[in-house]
Design a protein around this ligand. Sequence first.
Ligand SMILES: [Zn+2]
Length: 165
Amino acid sequence: MPGRVQTYTDPFQHALIAAAVVAPLGRRVVPTAVSVALAIDLDHAVAARSVRVRDTTALSARPRTHSLVTAAGAAALIGARRGPLHGWAAFAGLVSHFLHDAGDRAAPTPLFWPFASARQLGRRPQIIGTVALALASLAISRATAGGATSGDVDGGGDTAPPRTA
Ligand SMILES: [Zn+2]
């Protein structure tokens, strides 16, 4: 059995990818993305009513929580509590996880539940989607730069003379 068991959950890969897609936003939001990307796989255990790997990987489809609806809901909740950047980090972390799940040949992933039935997308859509998430993080980082950044420590930003260099 060892070596032949295909696990549907790979915490290390999920954590790594989730960290990567929000990396442009800095270290502050990485724990948010990583923690949701790890926590969401607890639903496999709930769905299988067991934490034994043999059971959790024997599901005919991944749980419905592996859906963009979940990602949007988590983003709204976390965003309301911790701010929009963490909300985005939660969304990006979860979607990167679902894309990774949908990229393999294991159980179907209900990414578009309840609008479409569960199916796998394959590696190419996963890579495109994951890169898109990282680029969106980069765009958000650019858009929010110039606000309260760590470089703004002089405390007198309003009165400082404009830099011409
Ligand atoms: Zn998963």
